[in-house]
Ligand binder design. Structure first.
Ligand SMILES: [Zn+2]
Ligand SMILES: [Zn+2]
Length: 407
């Protein structure tokens, strides 16, 4: 059976997060907030999951460009590998810079910057939209003439590197600070302090920032304040992913004339009316969540996130072996769990409907792929019971989860 060993990278990432967490605790530094970490990991789970489907597509896309439009016929050689690394890093710089300067691209990249923490979990904040936009920029590489196999191998390493720069546990790195992107440089990139804003876009080498005037050193006397200039204050999975797209859509509708509309799509994020977000928050987020998470919620959230991670691991590992339908059900189950976890962090009331839907997904998976009489019977019985006593059970569930009676 052909396994996708990239699944083990997920375990590697989690190990690093764990070590960093223990280290931070030992030194008494509070780098991790529970809700932030869960939200960060959840964004990452969705990306890893959907990436399984997009990676293959992009390989064919690169191969197509290489076959039909390649300018040069480049063969693997140490010199061409070095050239590829430099080209890739150069394209990254511009992809990343434009992702901050052009609204339509910022709509996807904003998710990477929402966390007010800065630790390894933040590196997981990549969405599938970001991944797709980035891959479109990479299309320059096969066009120059780099073979797709070379590109995908290099992108693997190039994609791994930024994980390690999302940490506060590492200070300055001596001579490396001159030409590599270090944790210190990337801390600056994630900060919303005036002096640090829109700086240090590099991925592996910091030389491009120095060359194009976007480099700033981390200063001793300016402590990094992480996150967006206007913090999001919401852990809703869907809101985090789509709030800026909605803001753009609203601004686009209100803009009068072609020029104004064009400016909304391709202009700078700063020019979008700051009053739109509060308006949309009122409309879509209802009352802001105030209550703190109870111990039971934390246990429930940790259990769910663990389950999503385990499911993700096996879905990626057996990517080539499992039937498409089962993979789709697994994806659906995980996505529902992510929305669910975010909603619990936000103290939302409609969780029970999601729980019900998840049960139906489990039932479908059992019927189609593991038709064992007792297993199917048990789930059918459970669903029947829940359907019959829906209202009562929902109230019970809310009461246990939120430790109060609200209805
Ligand atoms: Zn960025
Ligand atoms: Zn980052």
């Amino acid at each position: 059976m052909e396994l996708n060993l990239l699944a083990f990278a997920i375990i590697g990432f989690l190990l690093f997060m764990g070590v960093e967490y223990l280290l931070a605790r030992k030194t008494g530094k509070n780098y991790f907030q529970f809700a932030e970490s869960v939200a960060n990991i959840n964004v990452g789970i969705a990306e890893r999951l959907l990436d399984v489907f997009t990676t293959g597509i992009f390989y064919f896309f690169f191969a197509y460009i290489h076959e039909h439009f390649a300018l040069f016929d480049i063969k693997p050689h140490w010199a061409t590998w070095v050239a590829l690394l430099l080209f890739t890093d150069f394209i990254w710089y511009w992809y990343h810079r434009l992702a901050h300067e052009v609204n339509i691209l910022w709509a996807a990249h904003v998710v990477h910057h929402q966390s007010e923490d800065f630790n390894y979990t933040v590196s997981a904040r990549i969405t599938v939209f970001q991944a797709v936009i980035r891959s479109l920029f990479w299309a320059v590489l096969p066009f120059i003439g780099f073979p797709p196999a070379m590109i995908t191998s290099l992108l693997l390493v190039h994609g791994l590197y930024p994980f390690f720069i999302h940490t506060q546990t590492i200070g300055k790195l001596g001579i490396l600070e001159y030409f590599m992107v270090t944790p210190s440089h990337h801390r600056v990139h994630h900060s919303s302090n005036e002096v640090y804003l829109d700086k240090n876009y590099g991925d592996v080498f910091i030389i491009w920032d120095k060359l194009f005037g976007t480099f700033v050193k981390e200063k001793e006397d300016v402590k990094c304040v992480f996150g967006l200039t206007t913090p999001l204050k919401s852990y809703s999975f869907l809101w985090q992913q789509f709030h800026f797209a909605l803001e753009l859509f609203t601004a686009f509708r209100r803009a009068k004339g072609f020029r104004a509309k064009w400016k909304v799509v391709f202009g700078k994020p700063d020019d979008i009316d700051g009053n739109i977000r509060p308006e949309l928050e009122q409309k879509w987020l209802f009352a802001p969540a105030k209550a703190k998470n109870t111990k039971f919620q934390r246990v429930y959230i940790i259990a769910q996130t663990t389950l999503s991670l385990v499911l993700l691991f096996f879905t990626v590992l057996f990517e080539k072996a499992i039937p498409h339908g089962l993979a789709a059900l697994s994806v659906l189950f995980i996505l529902l769990s992510l929305v669910n976890t975010g909603a619990i962090l936000e103290q939302r009331k409609w969780i029970f409907y999601l729980e019900y839907t998840r049960m139906l997904v489990i039932l479908a998976a059992l019927i189609f792929y593991f038709p064992h009489l007792y297993a199917v019977g048990t789930v059918v019985f459970a669903i029947l019971l829940v359907t019959l006593y829906f209202r009562t059970l929902q109230q019970r569930f809310d009461r246990i989860l939120y430790q109060r009676v609200n209805r």
